[in-house]
Design a protein around this ligand. Structure first.
Ligand code: SAM
Length: 252
């Protein structure tokens, strides 16, 4: 008989936690940082996250009239750009598990005058509440790292993509050069939590950010995970020396 005390575990940053606990811990992080999320992104990345996101949009091949899912879309940076690309005849769904992040996203996009072709859905990437073969393109930007069952989430994305559709995963990855890796470690573990404390009054969440990046699969591992659930022609593009990578795979 299975020993019920031996629960399945996973990583929450460098901590080992029961799988059933991770989503709540991630939720606490994003409820805490939601109000300062955009400001912190600009500060922490020196604005470079805008370039990574621009490259993602340019690699998406999204055209007028298409249906796009911005999964773990948070405060909606990608949704805003896709909304303009797909036009009035297209549709963008911003889906996120976290009500605070969704609220910030909805308010920001409304203030930018973006409405009409955007809808907001609270959903877990592991069990997407959409029909099979529904979206032309799915993006998940800096979101997959936080998901407990990444394979389950990738399979769920595969299911809701149309044949011919593509998934783009923008995520922190493994720096290519050792000196860059050392400088990056020093920055992430010593400076980031201090900026988090000063600006968002929350060092812990930014410590989690640094730790979760180190625990995330590297470029080749993530590519293999995408292929395992059925994606084809999977490639990745390193940016900023591999600090970030954009993976793209197709459903045929
Ligand atoms: C770092 S933010 C990224 C937001 C936005 N995509 C961006 O690039 O700025 C990560 C987002 O993933 C969401 N998230 C975490 N786990 C999730 C899950 N299982 N399903 C859907 N969204 C999730 C969080 O709520 C948060 O809004």
């Amino acid at each position: 008989m299975a020993d019920e005390s031996q629960q399945e575990t996973t990583h929450f940053g460098f901590q080992t936690v029961a799988k059933s606990e991770k989503a709540d811990k991630v939720a606490d992080v994003f409820h805490s940082v939601a109000a300062k999320y955009d400001l912190m992104n600009d500060l922490m990345s020196f604005g470079i996250h805008r370039v990574w996101k621009r490259f993602t949009i340019d690699s998406s091949g999204v055209r007028r009239g298409q249906r796009v899912l911005d999964l773990a879309g948070g405060t909606g940076d990608l949704t805003a750009k896709f909304s303009r690309l797909v036009g009035e005849t297209g549709q963008v769904v911003l889906a996120d598990i976290n009500s605070s992040m969704l609220k910030m996203g909805r308010e920001k996009l409304r203030n930018l005058g973006i409405s009409g072709n955007v809808s907001y859905v609270q959903a877990n990437a592991e069990a997407l509440p959409f029909p099979d073969n529904y979206f032309d393109c799915i993006t998940i930007s800096f979101g997959l790292r936080n998901v407990t069952e990444k394979e389950k989430a990738l399979a769920s994305m595969f299911r809701v993509l149309k044949p011919g559709g593509r998934l783009l995963v923008l995520e922190f990855s493994k720096p290519l050069l050792e000196p860059l890796s050392k400088a990056y470690d020093a920055y992430s573990f010593h400076i980031l939590p201090r900026i988090g404390q000063l600006v968002a009054k929350d060092a812990e969440s930014y410590r989690y950010l640094a730790e979760s990046i180190r625990m995330h699969p590297d470029q080749e591992t993530l590519k293999a995970m995408m292929n395992d659930v059925g994606f084809e022609n999977t490639t990745y593009f390193n940016m900023t020396g591999g600090i970030v990578a954009l993976h793209r795979g197709f459903k045929f």
